[in-house]
Ligand binder design. Structure first.
Ligand SMILES: C[S@@+](CC[C@H](N)C(=O)[O-])C[C@H]1O[C@@H](n2cnc3c(N)ncnc32)[C@H](O)[C@@H]1O
Length: 409
């Protein structure tokens, strides 16, 4: 699977200042309910091709295995009752049910929960509940041994994410462990020197005749050769993305540029060297002659074409009628075959690492590890946090130590 990521579209908010109101909560819920009805699997793990249920759930098992290995390396072997916050259709929850006596998955979107119930293979040991409040008030204090949440807090907005983190700690039993992921900030990259902003792009496969009269909303695979036409290397830390923009034949952009194909140059390219990249492209649903224009984009800085580099224009003609394999059949048991060919508009937000650590400490949890994480995509610095709720003995000791320090000062 190539670089699964959720596309960040719209506002990228890294501030912590705005308050969350009921309206924001409603908008969040409505958006996810809509996504759950149209492209449940691809809204959770974006890729151009639809998922089959089996391969989708296999990614959950692989992820949970990796997470459990990470915990075991830290000397932590969680057991008992687990909470999966923002469970979606149960990709991770089902895998957690293999490891824990009891698992509860919660999600803001009722249609996600309905589908999760349909995919449940563990009966009463695995339960799914809607949680549409800005907290976890439906759960008692100290009622879980483990709280897990991946690729959720990044979508809820900073103030809400902060509130949920403190709720994770509240619902943990003393000694219990929280493991959750959250982006901390947008990556900052050094700008490329102007003389390094020179690329040559070439379509290798398929031949141009293969791009005529394709059904709308179908998917084609392109192979593109990218040459660094400068005398300076492009390094991985420059964070360069090969991105396609859909234009009509008059050069007007017809699809949001954030929603075209994007492939990061994760290995960089040496001066005067080339690399071939594979791009899976969802064709527009509008029939007609289109142009897919590929250019390079440096995260945080801009498009190469703006600095005089020549983009690659690929003419692609689209005819009406949705490709049969891209048609969604109704019902939660069906594979994720959506008519929509563009990624869903899902916002991305960050909680600065220092804030996360402060909330954990204030709630009575000790951060055990802060691990680099790539699941928020190429444009974000993101972490997986592991924190353990202090046991009352430790809490008493810490209170005593704090009291001692106060007395000594
Ligand atoms: C990208 S999906 C991840 C699903 C699941 N964690 C996984 O990795 O398979 C994000 C999920 O978070 C849910 N979500 C968004 N905001 C939420 C909130 N405030 N409370 C609970 N769930 C929320 C969405 O409905 C969606 O199912």
């Amino acid at each position: 699977m190539s670089w699964p990521r959720l596309r960040s579209v719209g506002r990228k908010n890294t501030t912590t200042s705005t308050a969350t109101g009921p309206l924001e909560m409603t908008a969040l819920r409505d958006n996810w309910e809509e996504l759950a009805r149209s492209i449940p699997m691809r809204s959770i793990l974006w890729r151009q091709r639809p998922w089959e249920a089996e391969e989708f759930f296999a990614t959950g098992r692989e992820q949970v295995d990796r997470s459990m290995t990470t915990l075991s390396d830290l000397g932590i072997r969680p057991a008992g009752r687990a909470l999966d916050f923002g469970c979606g259709i149960g990709r991770l929850t089902q895998a957690l049910a293999n490891q824990f006596d009891e698992v509860v998955g919660v999600d803001v979107a009722a249609p996600m929960i309905e589908q999760a119930k349909n995919y449940n293979r563990f009966g009463e040991r695995c339960r799914y509940l809607v949680n549409a409040t800005d907290d976890l008030r439906q759960f008692e204090n100290a009622s879980f041994d483990f709280v897990f949440s991946l690729i959720v807090l990044q979508h809820v907005g900073t103030p809400l994410a902060m509130r949920y983190i403190s709720e994770f700690v509240r619902v943990l039993r003393p000694g219990g462990v929280a493991m959750f992921q959250a982006p901390s900030e947008i990556v900052s990259t050094l700008p490329l020197a102007p003389s390094a902003i020179r690329a040559e792009l070439e379509l290798i496969e398929p031949p141009l005749e293969g791009l005529e009269n394709l059904p709308s909303a179908s998917i084609v695979s392109l192979q593109i050769r990218v040459r660094n036409a400068s005398s300076l290397p492009w390094l991985p830390e420059h964070r360069i993305i090969v991105a396609g923009k859909w234009r009509d034949r008059d050069g007007r952009t017809v699809v949001d540029p954030e929603q075209g194909p994007r492939t990061p140059l994760t290995l960089g390219i040496d001066a005067a060297a080339s690399a071939d990249i594979a791009a899976e492209v969802s064709l527009p649903s509008e029939p007609g002659p289109h142009v897919l224009e590929f250019d390079l984009h440096q995260v945080g800085h801009g498009w190469f074409a703006e600095q005089g580099s020549r983009p690659l224009a690929i003419p692609i003609s689209v005819i009406g009628g949705v490709a049969p394999e891209n048609t969604r059949a109704p019902g939660p048991e069906q594979p994720d075959r959506a008519v929509a060919a563009t990624p869903p508009p899902i916002e991305m937000h960050a909680v600065p690492r220092a804030e996360v650590l402060r909330i954990l400490q204030a709630g009575g949890a000790e951060p055990v590890a802060v691990l680099d994480d790539t699941s928020a995509g190429y444009e974000w610095v993101s972490f997986t946090y592991v924190a353990q709720k202090r046991s009352s003995g430790l809490r008493r000791w810490l209170r005593g130590a704090a009291g001692q320090r106060r007395m000594n000062s």
